[in-house]
Ligand binder design. Structure first.
Ligand code: HEC
Ligand code: HEC
Length: 258
């Protein structure tokens, strides 16, 4: 660091980041590239391309947790465990470090004020959304059938978007309740027991069976056989495939499904 020569003008305050935001050394460009790509696929549509908040997710650059994070160590548990309205994601520590490097590469100083883009959510093309729906969603849903009246039931476009992205995650009026994950446990030579999953880890699996009884089995590798069925798995899988514009288009279409 060069010392300011005596008598020189101090750096212009407008050129500096606010002191609250930690100065970070520039990250490895290859890491930033990987982080940018991953962020674009997994995080953009909720947190925005510039991490200042998007459809459903908060501004990350203002989050205390992100400010205090160095190389993903604080962001990792959020990604691995999920949050209300944020699905948990199975990413490696290295991938999370890449994403963290990308998020930390944003310059924050004074930017937010100049970000005047209105946060309207229905900016998509309803026609394109209808076509996308026909290709991707219509094998399970129909807007004249199970989704009939969707937008009347969930008039708030943001809650509606949240509902179709991750059913059950919405907080608004009329949003669907998450369907429970079910599990079938078959001990060797024993009878298959099915029920609603309470919890599962490497050592135990607990379910509530059709009689309402709580049953716990210990696990040892593949014994007993444990089959999980998450009714929302298709949605969790699809989530990774949407492009930003698909999301806007589908929402623009679904708000017309009254
Ligand atoms: C489907 C939407 C969605 C996706 C996808 C998503 N998030 Fe989130 N995220 C949220 C929501 C909603 C919250 C706020 C949850 C809450 O209120 O606790 C959140 C919270 C967070 C927080 C905590 C912020 C705080 O203030 O504590 C971090 C960090 C975060 N997300 C990072 C990510 C990263 C990184 C990705 C991509 C790998 C990602 N999120 C993908 C919706 C999403
Ligand atoms: C493979 C089947 C499948 C596909 C494909 C699928 N979904 Fe779903 N969807 C489900 C299931 C299962 C549920 C949860 C069961 C329920 O609540 O009816 C659900 C729930 C929903 C809900 C909440 C319904 C409510 O009553 O609140 C919406 C909205 C929705 N999906 C929209 C979509 C959209 C939009 C697409 C395409 C981008 C899509 N789904 C693709 C199976 C699917």
């Amino acid at each position: 660091m060069a010392q300011t020569p005596p008598g020189a003008a101090p750096a212009k305050p407008a050129m500096r980041r606010p002191p609250a935001y930690p100065e970070r050394p520039p990250a490895d460009p290859a890491m930033l590239e990987r982080g940018k790509a991953l962020y674009g696929i997994r995080c953009t549509f909720c947190h925005g391309a510039d991490a200042r908040g998007g459809s459903g997710g908060p501004n990350l650059l203002r989050a205390e947790l992100v400010l205090n994070d160095k190389d993903g160590e604080l962001i990792a548990p959020v990604i691995r465990n999920g949050r209300e309205g944020m699905p948990k994601m199975d990413l490696t520590q290295a991938q999370i470090a890449d994403i963290a490097a990308f998020i930390h590469s944003f310059k924050v100083g004074g930017y937010d004020i100049s970000r005047m883009t209105p946060l309207t959510i229905v900016t998509g093309d309803a026609k394109a959304g209808e076509a996308y729906f026909a290709n991707t969603c219509a094998r399970c849903h129909s807007t004249g059938g199970d989704l009939k009246g969707l937008a009347s039931r969930i008039p708030d476009a943001k809650a509606l978007q949240q509902t179709w992205l991750i059913p059950g995650s919405g907080r608004g009026e009329g949003t669907a309740r998450p369907k429970p994950i079910t599990v079938a446990v078959t001990p060797p030579g024993g009878k298959r027991v099915e029920g609603r999953l309470v919890r599962v880890d490497d050592f135990l699996v607990t379910l509530i069976d059709s009689d309402g009884a709580r049953r716990t089995f210990s696990r040892d590798g593949d014994v007993p056989k444990v089959e999980l069925k998450d009714p929302l798995q298709p949605h969790k899988d699809l989530l990774k495939t949407y492009a930003d514009k698909d999301i806007h288009n589908v929402t623009a279409f679904l708000v017309t499904v009254k």
